[in-house]
Design a protein around this ligand. Structure first.
Ligand code: PLP
Length: 404
């Protein structure tokens, strides 16, 4: 058998660290490595394979569309793209959709739309207020929007027009708002930042501020959307409608696709203002159409809410048992536990050895985001592994905090 990890170190342009496992197959909530070891996957491709690995709905949609028509360009109308666009229009507060290939691209398109709106309806305003500890993607503009110095510092100078303020702080948004502000970009829950759930009235208050000043509220639901947080979109549980919303991750059930959605009043692109070669091609949109339709019809968000509550209750029990766990939090099946020290990597590696995949989203925080189809039994299994490894890791001396 090839040593894939050695070959990778020779040929791959490295941008991040990997766990020491080569995955070759997946089915439901399980994946297998190249030595045949089985893992319970509680990170789900980072909240992507919403129906689990290789779900028949996803596989059949890809197979059928691949045989029919994969790509023709956006010079033409294509049927799956229009079908997919109709789903959010019928199931959210946003009437118009444009499709791209990733969350980053969706956010780029959202910012361009907001700037277009600023030019037309707010005296040329172009500035976007976004949050510290957020994550919006890795393009230069999205790094500027992402309020995390570790992602920004290596790439300065960054595009101008972004102001980062503390999350969950409406007054900070108010103070940062000026004549140049055209939009406020927020995650309903900060996912990469460590699953930070804001105060229940946070988005409502930001919404009211936006209404008062004719500013667009842009919600980045790349991680929280498509059922992950226990409703089709997180904003529906938070009582504040966005003017623009972005999606990706879970939307294609594993197939790459992103979307920017807009209310009619914010849908100000004119022909020629934006475009993408691959964005919304028949293969991607047919797959996402099948996935999102299945999620809506089978009421999977409700299931995710129920399973999420069950998982969170289990995490809270662990917190009660281990003083080193200082917090257990989440919304739907986007959950985390926080430690009093940088223990998350050690727990992740120990869990991996025990056949459970979780994610050290921060040095001191562990993220769990299994497929929306996860069962109670699988949650029980994952909690049992965590119990075992946290017991062992918590008994060890605390490792030093990593550089970042
Ligand atoms: N926005 C949020 C909230 C995300 O969590 C992510 C990825 O983790 C992105 C944007 C970037 O998406 P992508 O990696 O598909 O470009």
């Amino acid at each position: 058998m090839s040593n894939w990890q050695e070959l990778e170190s020779k040929y791959f342009l490295r941008t991040g660290r990997r766990l020491p496992v080569t995955l070759v197959r997946g089915q439901g909530t399980r994946v297998w490595d190249d030595e045949g070891k089985e893992y319970l996957d509680f990170i789900d491709g980072i909240a992507v394979c919403s129906l689990g690995h290789c779900h028949p709905v996803v596989v059949n949609a890809i197979t059928e569309q691949a045989r029919t028509l994969m790509h023709v360009s956006n010079l033409f109308y294509t049927v799956p793209q229009v079908q997919l666009a109709e789903l959010p229009a019928r199931n959210s507060c946003l009437q118009r959709a444009y499709f791209v290939n990733s969350g980053t691209e969706a956010n780029e398109a959202a910012i361009k739309l907001a700037r277009r709106y600023g030019k037309l309806h707010r005296d040329g305003a172009y500035e976007i207020i976004s949050a510290l500890n957020s994550f919006h993607g890795r393009s230069l503009a999205m790094v500027a929007a992402t309020g995390q110095p570790k992602y920004q510092a290596p790439y300065t100078p960054l595009p101008e027009g972004f102001v980062n303020v503390p999350y969950n702080d409406v007054d900070a948004i108010k103070k940062a708002t000026g004549k140049k502000t055209c939009g406020i970009l927020l995650e309903p829950v900060e996912g990469e930042g460590g699953v930070i759930v804001p105060a229940p009235d946070y988005l409502k208050r930001v919404r009211a501020w936006c209404d008062k000043h004719n500013i667009l509220l842009i919600l980045d639901e790349v991680q929280t959307g498509i059922g992950r947080t226990g409703s089709l979109f997180a904003y529906q549980r938070m009582g504040a409608e966005p003017d623009i919303m972005t999606l990706a991750k879970g939307m294609g059930g594993g197939f790459p696709i992103g979307a920017v959605l807009a209310k009619e009043r914010a849908a100000v692109f004119q022909p020629g203002d934006h475009g993408s070669t691959f964005g919304g091609n028949p293969l991607a949109t047919a797959t996402a159409y099948a996935v999102v339709k299945h999620i809506i019809e089978q009421r999977i968000p409700e299931r995710a809410r129920e399973m999420g509550e069950y998982l969170l209750a289990g995490l809270r029990k662990l917190k009660a048992k281990y003083p080193r766990i200082t917090d257990a939090r989440g919304m739907g099946l986007l959950t985390a536990i926080e430690f009093d020290a940088p223990l998350a990597e050690a727990v992740t590696l120990a869990a991996l050895r025990e056949g459970l995949i979780v994610n050290n989203v921060r040095p001191d925080a562990l993220r769990l985001a299994p497929a929306l189809t996860v069962s109670r039994e699988e949650i029980d299994q994952a909690l049992a592994v965590l119990d075992k490894v946290i017991k062992a890791v918590a008994a060890q001396p605390v490792p030093p905090a990593p550089a970042h």
